[in-house]
Design a protein around this ligand. Structure first.
Ligand code: HQG
Length: 186
């Protein structure tokens, strides 16, 4: 069952964040899809889902990647989108003085030169603590944690958001606001 949940979570990330058109699914601007429409679109591509499985993935997901609408009819990914169909209107939120970004050492030179850029995702993802950032960085290689002077950025007019799962989002972080978390340096 755990494997089925993980595999379904990856499938949902793919269609709800990146490629809804791969199964002919339409998302609205806030990222929502009808759960029945999702199940039908998946079935047409040979992937069998049902409401119980979808709910179990949402409820057990380690990073709380998905949310179900209050009426139980719709589902969305709470952050991490790259599809241009979606432009979630996250509310601006005052960030803590310091946030963290986990990355891999091989990206450091480029990040020091151009800052953090979102690339295909809609935002740069920041973590509330160094431990979480280390885990994010490890996905890419030898992890390293950068500090982000989020309070200073905010006072200078940069806009921050916090997704429902606690991930902090901003459009980009220029190099001047980045520091190195000495504990994490290789
Ligand atoms: C790097 C996971 C070179 C950046 C996590 C990162 C997160 C640069 C990579 C969420 C750069 C992008 C997002 C620059 C940024 N030069 N490299 N100028 N600027 N980078 O996966 O932040 O499991 O798109 O450091 O928990 O690693 O998907 O972003 O290494 O919340 O739910 O470019 O994904 O959540 O990688 O991770 P990603 P991320 P999920």
């Amino acid at each position: 069952m755990a494997d089925r949940l993980t595999e379904t979570s990856k499938f949902l990330s793919y269609v709800l964040r990146h490629e809804p058109q791969a199964i002919g699914l339409a998302l609205d601007g806030e990222g929502w899809a009808g759960i029945d429409a999702l199940i039908a679109a998946a079935a047409a591509k040979g992937r069998v889902l049902d409401r119980e499985l979808v709910r179990a993935v949402v409820d057990t997901n380690d990073k709380k990647r998905f949310a179900i609408s209050p009426d139980g009819a719709r589902i969305r990914a709470v952050q991490g989108h790259s599809t241009t169909e979606v432009a979630i209107a996250y509310a601006p939120v005052e960030p803590p003085e310091q946030l963290f970004h986990g990355t891999a050492t091989r990206f450091l030179a480029s990040i020091r030169a151009e800052g953090l850029v979102a690339d295909s995702r809609h935002h740069v993802h920041l973590s509330p603590d160094a431990e979480t950032a280390t885990a994010v960085g490890r996905r890419h290689g030898q992890p390293v944690v950068l500090t982000v002077a989020a309070g200073t950025m905010h006072r200078q007019g940069f806009v921050f958001h916090r997704a429902d799962n606690g991930v902090w989002l901003t459009k980009a972080v220029p190099p001047v606001f980045l520091g190195e978390d000495s504990a994490s340096l290789p």
